[in-house]
Design a protein around this ligand. Structure first.
Ligand SMILES: Cc1cc2nc3c(=O)[nH]c(=O)nc-3n(C[C@H](O)[C@H](O)[C@H](O)COP(=O)(O)O)c2cc1C
Length: 101
């Protein structure tokens, strides 16, 4: 299937994921849209449906050995229909056990 648009979706308080994921989806050679869901006011009520011919890259960081707390609403508004999706978690290589569990 031909991908016609790619999305970078991230929670990125210190901007590492933002730059990594932007570079990642821009490498796909299709139009790109960034959805920065870092701020609670942006996540609140956020909703987006992705199509089958779109690709989504979702990224979260490890803080304190786990995914950040209070992010239940991060995925709530993301809906796909056979959408190609990859997820990634960035770390600085310490205390990642709880995140992997
Ligand atoms: C407050 C804080 C806590 C962190 N805790 C961990 C950790 O426990 N293990 C780890 O491997 N990296 C840890 N990191 C590193 C982050 O996972 C890494 O810098 C990541 O790229 C941050 O993503 P962001 O820049 O998109 O916010 C921590 C960073 C911060 C700022």
């Amino acid at each position: 299937m031909d991908i016609e648009k790619a999305y970078a979706i991230y929670f990125s308080p210190t901007y590492t994921l933002r730059s990594q994921f932007t570079a990642f989806v821009e490498g796909m050679g299709v139009p790109v849209e960034k959805l920065d869901l870092t701020l609670p006011r942006v996540r609140k009520g956020f909703s987006h449906s992705f199509k089958k011919n779109e690709a989504v890259a979702v990224g979260l960081p490890v803080y304190g050995g786990r995914l950040p707390l209070d992010l239940e609403d991060f995925f709530t508004g993301l809906k796909g229909e056979g959408t190609t999706c990859c997820s990634n978690c960035v770390v600085r290589k310490s205390r990642i056990r709880r995140c992997l569990d």
